[in-house]
Write a protein that binds this ligand. Structure first.
Ligand code: G3I
Length: 312
């Protein structure tokens, strides 16, 4: 792909985007994935509610379709995500004893990671485990098992696919504060007790004109010696969208691209959508719009030129 090839020429591994059967059904999405992007993250199909809706009963239809599209087109895959408090079926959140939850967690991680062994570049093993104050989120995993749930998940993932890079992934790591401090402290504890962690994902769901902090925090993440990546990049525009705002977005995308290039172990960038017509922003933030590189009609936006320009 074009962006991907230019990014690789800078010594990076991939410039990626998301997909799933609902967006792959559009041939223009498929074409852009093939021409521009080198990695695919399944948007929803590998999450717990999609893969293990009831205990021990697994469903890989959509996950297989997305992973097969990626691998048959020579694209890398980021597996997203093994352990997350959201899109988590009720049967998991109602578990109250350690032994059961440990078994359930190990079985879920082992089953998913084994199924795609050899096909996944990196797994988001744990996702969004800190709240915005930097405390552990009070998920069923933390409440029942404490911090150990992280150890259990990473160890099971490593055992099931020793070649996959294992990531911790979170949002709001774009500015200083207790959240990134606590995430870094946890990474250090994991390393010191020998837990197999390879990477830190910074989601980077950003707002127009507020991207100046990305590089400094990425430098801190990279200083752990682990690989780092921007895993869910988008830059949403407060309505109404104007041409001035679209050129600000171009600058912002360039700034974020350069932030990754400034950190030698920033291996990849994934944008959280191909076209503005398929972004989570529309439903979650009704007063924002147009966060991606291609518009509703799949035409390149100024934002695309922002990335491209930073890579030239
Ligand atoms: O699958 C059901 C379908 O059966 C039902 O008919 C339909 C009706 O609403 O909902 C479908 O589920 C939706 C699901 O996406 C699959 O399309 C959910 O409503 C919807 O809430 C869900 O949104 C996803 C969101 O995660 C859930 O938290 C977004 O597509 C996805 O882009 C978003 O991605 C997250 C990352 O995983 C983690 N970081 C934040 C990021 C943005 O929220």
């Amino acid at each position: 792909g074009l962006l991907d090839a230019k990014f690789k020429a800078k010594g990076r591994r991939y410039y990626g985007a998301i997909a799933d059967p609902n967006t792959l059904s559009n041939t223009q999405v498929q074409t852009l994935l093939k021409t521009e992007f080198g990695a695919i993250t399944p948007e929803n199909s590998l999450k717990w509610d999609a893969t293990e809706p009831s205990r021990g009963s697994f469903n890989f239809g959509n996950g297989d379709q997305t992973v097969n599209f990626a691998t048959s087109n020579g694209r890398l895959v980021r597996g997203h995500t093994l352990v997350w408090h959201s899109q988590l079926p009720g049967w998991v959140s109602s578990i109250t004893d350690k032994a059961t939850l440990t078994t359930v967690l190990q079985n879920h991680v082992t089953t998913l990671v084994s199924r795609y062994r050899g096909k996944i570049y990196a797994w988001d093993v744990v996702n969004e485990i800190f709240d915005d104050s930097g405390n552990f989120r009070q998920s069923v995993f933390y409440k029942v098992l404490g911090e150990t749930f992280v150890d259990i998940a990473f160890k099971a993932a490593r055992a099931a696919d020793p070649a996959a890079k294992l990531y911790i992934n979170d949002y709001n790591l774009d500015g200083p504060g207790n959240k990134i401090d606590q995430l870094l402290a946890l990474v250090n504890r994991l390393k010191s007790r020998g837990i197999p962690i390879d990477g830190i994902g910074s989601q980077a769901h950003l707002i127009l004109g507020q991207v100046g902090g990305v590089q400094a925090q990425l430098v801190r993440l990279g200083a752990t010696g682990l690989e780092v990546a921007l895993t869910e990049l988008d830059i949403r525009i407060p309505k109404d969208v104007t041409s001035a705002k679209l050129s600000q977005q171009q600058n912002d995308y360039a700034t974020v691209t350069r932030a990754c290039l400034a950190v030698s172990n920033c291996v990849g960038i994934t944008v959280w959508g191909v076209s503005d017509r398929n972004s989570w922003v529309d439903s979650t933030f009704p007063t924002y719009d147009s966060p991606l590189l291609f518009d509703d009609n799949f035409a390149k936006k100024p934002a695309y030129n922002g990335v491209d320009g930073a890579l030239n």
